[in-house]
Design a protein around this ligand. Structure first.
Ligand code: ZN
Length: 422
């Protein structure tokens, strides 16, 4: 048993002053008032909050940051699709050892910035020739080991990838991503589960890349088979996807998904950028969560999800760092909030009267982020949970605001109150 006296502790919902927290092998055992505690404490900390949840990551893309932010002299402009071609070229070069090296550096950077969990949306499955490795989950193992070395919890989400578009076979640049069919995917999941089960810090999720990369009946079968696991899917990131979906099915992407697959609170829809009001309302009503990746969506020029309205309607959303142009959760929250402020020419766009932006941003994304990791629905860290928390430097000038403004001071100050790293 380890005991820590904490000056200011946020449990996911409320602040507590001067408490003693007891943990056993990282599990939370008790939280109580320090003045009523008679024992000796092992350590003392200043400001402690739950760690941020990174609900969407492609680790290998960390190695591409900065390499695509120019326009080649022979090119005619740039957009998401030209970025994707560049990303595909790079994806063809990495060995399992490369992936582990990249992911270890990435996860360490995330951990330093305050993320304590990551959902790795993993689709780099095959060897450079497009053949499955003899150890089917070797790439997943590299990611799980990297997370272990970096001290971050991982939810490995092996992703189903089958086609390049609606009714179009995958192309050669996608050969490392594909499964031959759903039966093949089940084998990948079985092998990945064996890896995850070896480690305390690892969990398993399932995913389909997108409606362009996974036929709808395959998505339905996968999501139905793994009902108890968190399920992740890219959707509606680009207008071209919507146009292709309309041409192939007569429905927009989110309409087509909701009409054909049981979507519920175990489902995490990544981006959901281009939706009409009836679509985002249907997503919110289904209980599914939206995963926003604001710095990547900005970098790729995706567009704006109508987050202000979705949030006010009670929609559930989390954040992810996706291509890792930022590894800092506070960057994601600032960019997503400021984007909505700029769009609507308002301040505190996620607040009703009496509410605080930092509180709204943190509590909403932490709660949904936990679900994205496969953790139970909870508004607070509770006894028996992994005590995955981060400490901020209580001596920093920006940390001396009243407690009910402290989350805003921590989130909006930039460069702000440092995360204490051991
Ligand atoms: Zn993504």
């Amino acid at each position: 048993m380890t005991t820590t006296r904490i000056q200011q502790f946020f449990d996911g919902k409320e602040w507590h002053s001067d408490v003693v927290v007891a943990t056993d092998k990282k599990k939370l055992v008790s939280i109580g008032s320090a003045t009523e505690y008679n024992g000796v404490v092992d350590s003392e900390q200043g400001i402690v909050i739950p760690g941020f949840q990174n609900a969407h990551s492609h680790a290998f893309q960390y190695a591409i940051v900065g390499l695509t932010d120019h326009i080649p002299i022979e090119a005619d402009g740039d957009d998401f699709w030209s970025w994707r071609n560049e990303m595909y070229k790079r994806a063809l070069t990495y060995s399992p050892e490369n992936v582990k090296q990249i992911a270890t550096k990435l996860y360490r950077a995330m951990r330093r910035s305050g993320y304590t969990s990551v959902a790795e949306f993993h689709y780099l499955h095959n060897d450079v020739n497009g053949q499955p490795y003899s150890d089917r989950a070797i790439m997943g193992r590299m990611l799980v080991e990297a997370a272990h070395d970096a001290g971050i919890a991982i939810t490995l989400v092996p992703v189903y990838y089958h086609t390049s578009g609606f009714g179009t076979p995958f192309n050669d640049g996608q050969r490392r991503f594909v499964c031959s069919g759903v039966d093949d995917y089940h084998k990948l999941i079985e092998a990945s589960a064996a890896v995850v089960n070896e480690y305390e810090h690892a969990r398993l999720g399932v995913g389909a890349h997108s409606l362009r990369a996974a036929p709808i009946d395959h998505v339905r079968e996968i999501f139905g088979t793994y009902a108890e696991l968190p399920k992740h899917l890219h959707i509606a990131e680009q207008t071209a996807e919507i146009e292709q979906c309309l041409a192939a099915t007569g429905k927009r992407s989110v309409e087509y998904l909701l009409d054909n697959v049981d979507i519920n609170d175990s489902v995490h829809l990544v981006h959901t950028t281009h939706v009409l009001a009836h679509e985002w309302k249907a997503v919110a009503d289904s209980g599914a969560h939206v995963v926003m990746c604001p710095t990547t969506e900005g970098n790729l020029g995706d567009g704006f999800f109508p987050l202000k309205d979705f949030h006010a309607y009670g929609g559930s959303w989390s954040i992810g760092s996706d291509s890792h142009v930022s590894t800092c959760p506070r960057d994601e929250l600032r960019v997503v909030d400021y984007g909505q402020r700029l769009l609507h020419r308002q301040r505190n766009v996620f607040c009703q009267p009496g509410q605080d932006s930092g509180y709204e941003l943190f509590t909403r994304t932490w709660k949904a982020g936990r679900r994205a990791m496969g953790l139970p629905l909870s508004e607070t860290l509770t006894v028996g949970d992994d005590f995955d928390v981060i400490e901020f430097d209580a001596a920093h000038e920006l940390a001396k605001v009243p407690q009910d403004r402290l989350l805003s001071a921590l989130l909006f100050g930039s460069p702000g109150v440092p995360v204490v790293t051991s």
